[in-house]
Design a protein around this ligand. Sequence first.
Ligand SMILES: Cc1cc2nc3c(=O)[nH]c(=O)nc-3n(C[C@H](O)[C@H](O)[C@H](O)COP(=O)(O)OP(=O)(O)OC[C@H]3O[C@@H](n4cnc5c(N)ncnc54)[C@H](O)[C@@H]3O)c2cc1C
Length: 465
Amino acid sequence: MPIQLEVDYLIIGAGAMGMAFADTLITETNASVLIVDRHHRPGGHWNNAYPFVRLHAPSSYYGVNSRLLGTDTVDCIGWNKGLRELASDSEICAYYEQVMQQQFLPSGRVSWFPMCEYQGASRFKDYVGREYCVDVRCRIVDATYMHVSVPSMRPPPYEVAAKATSAPPNDLPKIKRQHGHYTIVGVGKTGMDACLWLLRHNVDPADLTWIMPRDSWMMDRANIQTGAAFAQSVLTGFLAQSKAIGEATSLDDLFNRLSAAGRLLRLDEEMRPTMYHCAIVSRAELDQLRRIKDIVRLGRVQRIESHDIFLDCGKISTSPDTLHVDCSADGLAQRRVTPVFNGQTITLQSVRTCQQVFSAAFIAHVEASYQDDDTKNSICTPIPHPGTDLDWLRTTIANNRNQLRWTQDEGLLAWLDEARLNGFRARFAPLPTETAARARAKDAMRKNIEDMNEKLNSLLREATE
Ligand SMILES: Cc1cc2nc3c(=O)[nH]c(=O)nc-3n(C[C@H](O)[C@H](O)[C@H](O)COP(=O)(O)OP(=O)(O)OC[C@H]3O[C@@H](n4cnc5c(N)ncnc54)[C@H](O)[C@@H]3O)c2cc1C
């Protein structure tokens, strides 16, 4: 017989989103929460991450709303110099342990079931095979929907011959000897991190080959800083983006303008990237990546043999002494959107592009503060994770639409002003409090957003027709 449990909210997944949701829910309601995860501790994919991974956006707006991650320091050394600190995977995992052990469990309202496999229909099984059945009074919260995949979680998606050497980035720090050459497969955040790690450890850029199926647009980390010290430069950048959109005459012209304004970065100024995954770099990191000259643009790897690599559009030489580093995992999957609030289920998704933890906390606040699912869904329109250059336009339009909806609701604006996870919070001057001035500022904001969306929609139509 399964062990019977009873709770208000059953959360599947103690990753960044499940933890952010639980934190805001228990802060803003009296609900009880049961969290189940197959990992032995909270933190989700950070438990499987390569040991040199760091956040790519500032720690100051990552984690759960109620607790600062890190010390909000501006780095004064390294390739992130002058920008807010980026937590490492071990800091992130320790942080989530503290949130669980020092906040959630002592609250008396959270039950935690690690090393358990959720099996659907409110049932799960623990490590030793005991079965549990949960009577859920309010909702089941699916915090697994982003389907994060990191290289150590699966074998390379291409064939590797026995005499070729391939490793996930997790193994780089364990390598005992210098290899004759290093070939990095994949251009996402993981590929960039692997290249930067090798360069930081004095590997000659001439000994690196980077297999890049598609070039990617990247964001400049300087543009996503928070706090008064960065407010002016971030505002200037944001206005430059509005101007670029307003003046663009075609899709190519838009990307050239965004690139010239420093809103989007690319590895090679001669290439027109077709990929956009919200990758973030500092200018110093980009300078380092540009030291790698052997970039292979022949599509995806199909097979690695001892002396050849076969790709979609050709073949290159390799050697048995080359270490092939598999960085080809997707990270966050592009999933079909589904309503966030649907009967007994809440499916956590981004409601601000590439801001998953903010989104999870925001959804919890909406769950706690509004009555019916139609209203809740009208506030929480999901924004799928981007993949292509056109998705930059789509996600900007969707972000703008959500922002417009939120601006109509003074209660939401008050929450957004206070929320630590709202990375936009302290970026710009707050709206004026005096009624008439506030209405004028909101009108101006609405007009600006509507103009931007009209232009982006027309560029998108032209590009897709
Ligand atoms: C390398 C990398 C760097 C990133 N950096 C940043 C950053 O700087 N800033 C930022 O805002 N975002 C960043 N992100 C994205 C974001 O932080 C979150 O990491 C993302 O949303 C993933 O968290 P999650 O909770 O959705 O998923 P996961 O971390 O995958 O958590 C889901 C959890 O569900 C559990 N689970 C799944 N199925 C079951 C089941 N059947 N039974 C039991 N448990 C189950 C899994 O074990 C897992 O622990 C980054 C992502 C990656 C991959």
